[in-house]
Ligand binder design. Structure first.
Ligand code: GLU
Length: 309
């Protein structure tokens, strides 16, 4: 395939945006976090940030949304930087095949979560970054990492979303207490979850998220934030575990590593080529953006970027 021009990218993204605007089945906005239930499902954005620094976007690409579990990619990078391979004594690297908030496997596997992208695994990962630091310092480090990657300081935590989840996050408290009972949570559940809820409540635009994702393509114009070895491994985990019990379907349809969040955002990586962010707040049955998935499926087909050829 001949290299795509700026005009090609603009046309591809506009086509996708038009197709998505016409869709009436837009999935269901997450309502278990009351603050997210208020989001208008009619919104859609797609942004592509290439390794050479060029960026393209279509739709509501400058509207901030709650990144939720997409934050787990950044905290995994930070935890690996802090603990190295020791992180894997506390969390596994296998897909769970279960819902993002499931507690089932934890009992069988003695409080060691399957992977860092399901809720239990992400809570352990945040607990690991908290070692020797306060929640405020830890959140500062997470924000600093994301702002540096995005080359943009205008990225903030949405306090209303954090509060909303703190008041209603009983399922996550159950996971945290269960892991604490097994000695796999080193801090009080309130402390670790306070940090976790705030990291999930970071707001970003699709344009900012695509830009921040460039640390996973070793973009040459960026400061090196993570070694190429770790980039490869984070991408592998995004491919196998980034969409919960919908990970196999995402790999089948899109063929690229991706991490979704219940705010309706997905960060997708075309290794070495581009970071892509899509956002459409309505979710499918697995809690992944319904139209976001379809949009990146179309993008991967139009660009030929699937890693499977
Ligand atoms: N903060 C959400 C939770 O813990 C994140 C889930 C998600 O985005 O998939 O339930």
């Amino acid at each position: 395939m001949a290299p795509l021009t700026a005009m090609d990218f603009a046309a591809i993204l506009d086509d996708i945006e038009h197709a998505m605007a016409a869709r009436t089945d837009r999935g269901r906005v997450a309502d278990y976090i009351p603050e997210l239930a208020r989001i208008d499902p009619a919104q859609f954005a797609i942004a592509v940030s290439l390794a050479d620094g060029r960026s393209f976007a279509s739709g509501n690409a400058d509207t901030p949304f709650s990144i939720q579990s997409v934050s787990k990619v950044f905290t995994l990078a930070l935890a690996l930087g802090k603990l190295g391979d020791r992180l894997w004594t506390r969390v596994g690297r296998e897909p769970s095949g279960l819902a993002f908030n499931s507690i089932l496997q934890l009992e069988h596997e003695k409080g060691r979560p399957r992977n860092p992208f399901i809720n239990s695994g992400a809570i352990v990962t945040t607990d690991a970054i908290l070692e020797g630091a306060t929640p405020a310092e830890t959140l500062g480090a997470i924000l600093r990492f994301i702002r540096t990657a995005a080359d943009d300081d205008d990225i903030h935590i949405n306090e209303a979303v954090a509060r909303s989840e703190t008041e209603t996050g009983h399922g996550n408290f159950a996971l945290a207490h269960y892991m604490r009972a097994h000695g796999n949570l080193h801090h009080a559940p309130e402390l670790t979850l306070g940090t976790y809820f705030h990291q999930c409540a970071i707001d970003m635009t699709a344009r900012q998220l695509a830009r921040a994702g460039r640390f996973l393509i070793n973009a040459p114009d960026m400061p090196r934030m993570v070694s190429p070895d770790r980039v490869r491994r984070i991408n592998a985990l995004m491919m196998t575990c980034g969409h919960y019990d919908g990970s196999g379907d995402f790999a089948f349809r899109v063929g690229l590593p991706g991490k979704s969040g219940v705010g309706g955002g997905i960060l997708v990586i075309a290794p070495g080529r581009a970071a892509i962010a899509v956002w459409s707040p309505g979710l499918n049955a697995q809690g992944n953006s319904l139209l976001g998935t379809e949009a990146v499926e179309r993008l991967a087909r139009a660009t030929g970027w699937s890693v499977f050829g």
